[in-house]
Design a protein around this ligand. Structure first.
Ligand SMILES: Cc1cc2nc3c(=O)[nH]c(=O)nc-3n(C[C@H](O)[C@H](O)[C@H](O)COP(=O)(O)OP(=O)(O)OC[C@H]3O[C@@H](n4cnc5c(N)ncnc54)[C@H](O)[C@@H]3O)c2cc1C
Length: 380
């Protein structure tokens, strides 16, 4: 009897897990001892970190889009469909097409999405760079902008915790180069009492904001937005006018997780922090943005987790105990302008310590943007 491994989600985490298992177990796949199936909503795979560069017109969405099929190793069956229900009691997944898929081992890598309906008026008034369409629309506004007030609002949790800060540094640099920085008021806001949830990042950014004249307001929790008057109101009582509002709203776990009763109130799956199994479900692994783990929702997180999940599934299929444990490792480049960047690396136990930003680190970030396609195939 073959063992069926089903991977739900064809983004960064799901693709890495599928390729890792298929490569390592190619003989078992060939002989039919195991099957590997990936179910994902789209036949396209978009590299989301590119949206930051799309927003400032340094990249196009189509340059960072590949067919999902082209990224998968031989031996992975691709099903392009949307899961509408996961029934953990019967080990089955129902798809939008009406089909049902059963599994012995399930990997959930369904990501997270920005919930623009979380605040009244936000969907109508705000721009964003967290979706491909949003980044392209924002690009057109930012490039034709000749002066006024740009307000950035952030709610948690959201993926890539440093991306809003990166955008504000890049906009500062962009408008300096364009010669209109004195006409642009940049206001970066943050919901808690410092500039970033990771304290070392907040401490790294604060003197730079001061030096560059980037304004900030902390304890800034958006209550509503008036799209006609172009004013943001906060829970704390501020009323801030804007010409462009860039919002990163609180994210939620995928609808299928919410509707299958597998998530917490935000739709994130309670997950064992070292073994990456869904709490209470021995044959369900979870990785990437879909987990409820207290660690950044980032592609690098999904990458490190994918190795743990894949290796432990291989052990399980071979009748062995788990051999790999996730330590919370994350690595992120952080742009500090248009041609300078720093990086942070941290884990459950080790806080980040940003190094001084440099042009060389920026080039490493751009290089990784190209190397991603090798990395997601498991060749790096
Ligand atoms: C602007 C921006 C900048 C970023 N910059 C960085 C960065 O510099 N560094 C970094 O490490 N990370 C960065 N990230 C974050 C990174 O892209 C995500 O954390 C990463 O993609 C998470 O991987 P994942 O596999 O968990 O989810 P995703 O890659 O989002 O994949 C989720 C997959 O699940 C599928 N799916 C969802 N629901 C269903 C369903 N019901 N049925 C079938 N399929 C479904 C989706 O179609 C998708 O294929 C950035 C993100 C953004 C938006």
């Amino acid at each position: 009897m073959s063992k069926d491994v089903v991977i739900l989600g064809g983004g960064t985490g799901g693709t890495m897990v599928a390729n890792h298992i298929a490569r390592t177990m190619r003989n078992e796949v060939r002989s039919g001892e195991i099957t590997i199936t990936q179910i994902t909503s789209s036949d396209k795979h978009i590299y989301q970190p590119s949206f930051l560069f799309v927003a400032i017109n340094h990249a196009r969405v189509q340059d960072y889009t590949r067919s999902q099929k082209s990224l998968l190793s031989t031996g992975v069956n691709l099903v392009v469909d949307t899961a509408t229900k996961i029934d953990a009691a019967s080990n089955t997944i129902t798809l939008q097409s009406g089909k049902t898929v059963s599994y012995d081992i399930l990997v959930i890598a369904t990501g997270a999405y920005p919930d623009f309906s979380s605040v009244p008026g936000l969907a109508e008034a705000a721009d964003n760079f967290y979706t491909p369409e949003g980044a392209e629309k924002l690009r057109d506004k930012l490039l034709s902008f000749e002066g006024g007030k740009i307000v950035i609002t952030i709610d948690v949790p959201h993926k890539c915790p440093v991306a809003p800060m990166e955008l504000v540094f890049m906009l500062d640099d962009l408008y300096r180069r364009k010669g209109i920085r004195d006409k642009v008021d940049l206001l970066y806001t943050y919901p808690i009492g410092r500039l970033h949830s990771l304290e070392p990042c907040a401490n790294w950014a604060a003197p730079k904001f001061e030096e560059l004249g980037i304004n900030s307001e902390i304890f800034f929790n958006v209550e509503s937005v008036d799209p006609d008057k172009k004013v943001v109101k906060t829970v704390e009582g501020s009323e801030v006018p804007f010409d462009i509002l860039i919002s990163i709203p609180a994210h939620r776990g995928a609808k299928v997780i919410q509707e299958s009763g597998l998530g917490d109130e935000g739709g994130f799956i309670p997950t064992n922090r070292h073994l990456l199994k869904a709490e209470g479900h021995d044959n369900i692994y979870v990785l990437g943005d879909a987990t409820n783990l207290p660690i950044s929702k980032a592609g690098s997180t999904a990458h490190y987790e994918a190795d743990v999940v894949a290796e432990n599934i291989i052990s399980e299929l071979r009748g062995l105990p788990p051999s790999h444990y996730y330590d919370g490792k994350v690595f992120c480049f952080v742009e500090a302008g248009l041609d300078s960047a720093t990086y942070i690396t941290f884990s459950y136990d080790k806080p980040p310590a940003p190094v001084p930003d440099s042009e060389m680190i920026h080039w490493f970030k751009l290089a990784f943007n190209e190397m991603y396609w090798l990395s997601v195939r498991g060749m790096l």
